[in-house]
Design a protein around this ligand. Sequence first.
Ligand code: IPD
Length: 265
Amino acid sequence: LTGLKAELLAVALEAAHRAGTFLRDGRPDDLGVAATKSSAVDVVTEMDIASEKLITDFLAERRPADGVLGEEGASSEGSSGVQWVVDPIDGTVNYLYGRPDWSVSIAARKDGETLVGVVHAPMRGETYRAVLGAGAHVNDVPARVRPAPSFDQALIGTGFGYVAERRAQQAEVARHLIPKVRDIRRGGSAAIDLCDVAVGRLDAYYERGLNPWDYAAGDLVAREAGALTGGRPGDALSGELTIAAPPALFETLQGLLEDLGAWHD
Ligand code: IPD
């Protein structure tokens, strides 16, 4: 790998590892909530804020002309055409409770395309990375989706937003889905869920209402590992609905979610 993609990958990996080490080693025992966002259970900790600052300072030093979009408010245009999309802790509630599945998610986009995605999960000892057109890896091992089972044997990941009315509707969709599949998992980090599809720890994943920082890196990891990703029928992936599945399961899942009105209130 050479050129821009190689440089972006190296910067993303270093930023994610620096933040991951800081978060793992520096997690205060009495970590509390610093602020709330869309609802009282949509929380931000001082560590989310400090991690975003660590990452954006590092990016500004290494790639001063690039733009940044971060979950905790970082937003700049830049002049290079490259934009970094950063989730300083994806899975904040897991992190708050000392549960292991949280990650640092960093993607680099140019001209509307994600070129590089890195999801670093320190408590798993795993880093998922992908480069557009050059495959996905977990640590240094190529990542590949699991051979698709029949739909009724599929293990499906999902997640829930933080606003009560939206959650009730998401629970309703899940209620109808559970009898049709092997089981459902709610991992708590969308970025890790997408990577779990990439490495065969989930057969498929869907969620409504994600933000770009939740899915930008994991989406590329899943695609480069052989998954299809997208949104509503005919739509590209967006926050409205995010689906990742191997080709043999994708349309069935997408059609079922459409029938269940997964994106209607
Ligand atoms: C959240 C996680 C969670 C998903 C939520 C996201 P955050 O991100 O990815 O799994 O269900 O929709 O908001 O707030 O921990 O960065």
